[in-house]
Design a protein. Structure first.
Length: 157
């Protein structure tokens, strides 16, 4: 196991679930192996519709999704996940080798809260750690926001 992978594994305090949605079998297997190496349970889907259904039933800690899927685009799938109260807060990491003008891609991603982008080809040494860091930062921001709300309520009391 690489030192980057060990670092990612150390940061996962309990076994996390990652849902990987990719129609490319090689990319799906690579991402699955990288996540399993650092202790994730990995759920798989080869199209957006299946991925949305799995996310609704299994509620993963993160969805890692290709931007181009056979049945709908990743942005469209993410919007569906965001509209559902059960999946609306799940972090989404888009993985893409798509060549899209930067401004258009940035505007589309900005419309999806709690999301990040990793370009293909992925860096196998840092991929799992990058996703883990994203989850952990999101969790810390959520805790900070909750503490601020609690503190404001205490001040008002």
């Amino acid at each position: 196991m690489t030192s980057e992978a060990q670092g990612a594994k150390l940061e996962l305090q309990e076994r996390k679930k990652a849902l990987v949605i990719d129609d490319n079998e090689d990319a799906l297997m690579l991402e699955k192996i990288l996540f399993e190496e650092v202790g994730f349970e990995v759920l798989e889907a080869k199209d957006a519709s299946s991925g949305i259904a799995i996310a609704r039933t299994d509620k993963p800690d993160v969805v890692v999704m290709d931007m181009r899927l056979p049945d709908m685009g990743g942005i469209e799938a993410a919007k569906i996940l965001r509209q559902d109260k059960e999946t609306g807060c799940i972090p989404i990491v888009f993985v893409t080798g798509s060549v899209m003008p930067g401004e258009i891609r940035d505007l589309e991603l900005a419309a999806i809260s709690n999301s990040a982008l990793i370009s293909k080809p992925i860096n196998t040494l840092t991929f799992a750690k990058d996703v883990t860091d994203f989850i952990n930062v999101k969790r810390m921001l959520d805790l900070t926001a909750k503490r601020a709300i609690i503190e404001r309520l205490r001040v008002r009391s």
